[in-house]
Design a protein around this ligand. Structure first.
Ligand SMILES: Cc1ncc(COP(=O)(O)O)c(C=O)c1O
Length: 391
């Protein structure tokens, strides 16, 4: 067999990265690119942040894997720091984002049966149209993105989808068997879709009144991206369950977690859930340092300031090759005017000018630089976008 030996589950831009530092990557031919994707927010602290590399390197010299059959001396400090950051009691460590979502679903169902008293096998979870929570068979079953969903059934029952941003629809969808509302506070893969002001607060009130858990998937929106620790903070909302991933691993390795109070997460008993790699000492050492970086508040502040700067630069593009711009912290969805081209074509043109972005859903590009990016670099990147749009 000749050609690539990789399965065709991705269609990457034709760039082959060989090294990276901060907000920049370098390809195999020595060309440099500003990384405005940041690993879908996994690289919030930039490529190879020195404190994170140091934490990983030091841990590599001690112990990297124990499995949860034994404890390791990094896990409790990581769990304590992360629980404190979230203001919650307990942490259940996993690896990928999809695993955190699956774990959240299991926790919500177990809570429903054991605490709320829902009859076995009947638990329902309300989700939002346009959601993206990962790629497992359960999760794609309640996606309405044909690419993610179609052709992978049979799909698991127990999910009801309602329009994103419509709190009344959430209220109407809740019945006696509903155990949770699972939402992204801002929908990343959908194109940085920001719900109307007050939506999260209203959903929080509804879920509290109706005895249903609010599960916030902050895997892409959380950990500094929007100028706060969590996107829920924008409305002063505290969910019952945080689902975290991506940046929790510092762009070094997959680290995810479910974080909740003991009356919720405490329902899971030994032997009912786990992962060989979840909570391994290397992940825990890196995750602990990530939480320490976030605890300073410095990255949240940077994202807020630079985000305002990014919004100022992007907004004038509306009507000039761009049909809409949505910005939350250092995170933007930019809808490209079809007269200019597709999102993919714009991404390819930007690549030729030294800027890496990723298109989503045809006409949208997402701008999500590492939070260590400089204002001057944002200016330069938006200038390149302007060049592409006015060609
Ligand atoms: C909101 C959200 N949840 C879950 C996931 C899945 O994470 P992973 O790719 O690590 O499984 C993603 C990935 O893009 C995401 O954006």
């Amino acid at each position: 067999m000749s050609g690539s030996r990789l399965a065709h589950n991705y269609h990457p831009l034709p760039v082959v990265v060989a090294s990276a530092e901060g907000a920049w990557v370098t390809d195999v031919e020595g060309r440099r690119y500003l990384d405005l994707l940041a690993g879908y927010s996994a690289l919030n602290f930039g490529h190879r942040h020195p404190a994170l590399v140091q934490a990983a390197t030091a841990q590599l010299g001690r112990v990297t894997l124990t499995s949860r059959a034994f404890d390791n001396d990094r896990l409790e400090p990581f769990a304590t720091a992360l629980a404190d950051l979230c203001g919650k009691d307990l942490v259940l460590p996993m690896n990928t984002g999809a695993e955190a979502v699956e774990t959240g679903i299991k926790v919500a169902r177990a809570w429903g049966y054991r605490v709320k008293g829902v009859p076995q096998g009947r638990a329902r979870i309300v989700v939002a149209h346009g959601n993206f929570h990962g790629r497992t068979t359960t999760i794609v079953g309640f996606s309405d993105d044909p690419e993610a969903h179609d052709g992978f059934g049979p799909y698991g029952p127990g999910f009801a989808a309602v329009p994103f941003g419509d709190a009344d629809a959430v209220a109407a969808a809740i019945d006696d068997d509903t155990v949770a509302v699972l939402i992204e506070p801002i929908q990343g893969e959908a194109g940085v879709v920001i719900p109307p002001e007050g939506y999260l607060r209203r959903v929080r009130e509804i879920t509290r009144e109706r005895g249903v858990l609010l599960v916030a998937d902050e895997i892409q929106s959380g950990l500094g991206r929007v100028g706060e620790t969590f996107a829920c903070d924008r409305e002063g909302v505290v969910p019952d369950v945080y689902l975290l991933g991506k940046a929790l691993g510092g762009g070094i390795l997959p680290v995810s977690a479910v974080v909740a109070d003991a009356d919720v997460l405490g329902v899971i008993r030994p032997g009912e859930h786990g992962s060989t790699f979840g909570g391994n000492p290397l992940s825990a050492a890196v995750g602990l340092r990530v939480v320490e970086l976030l605890a300073t508040g410095e990255f949240q502040k940077r994202a807020a300031l630079l985000g305002a700067h990014l919004a100022e630069r992007l907004e004038p593009l509306v009507g000039n090759g761009v049909t809409a711009v949505r910005v939350a912290g250092l995170w933007a969805g930019v809808d490209i005017d079809p007269a200019v081209g597709t999102g993919r074509e714009v991404a390819e043109s930007l690549m030729a000018l030294g800027v890496l972005v990723k298109d989503t859903h045809g006409q949208t590009i997402r701008i999500a630089p590492p939070l260590v990016v400089r204002a001057t670099e944002i200016d330069w990147a938006v200038e390149q976008l302007q060049r592409v749009l006015t060609r």
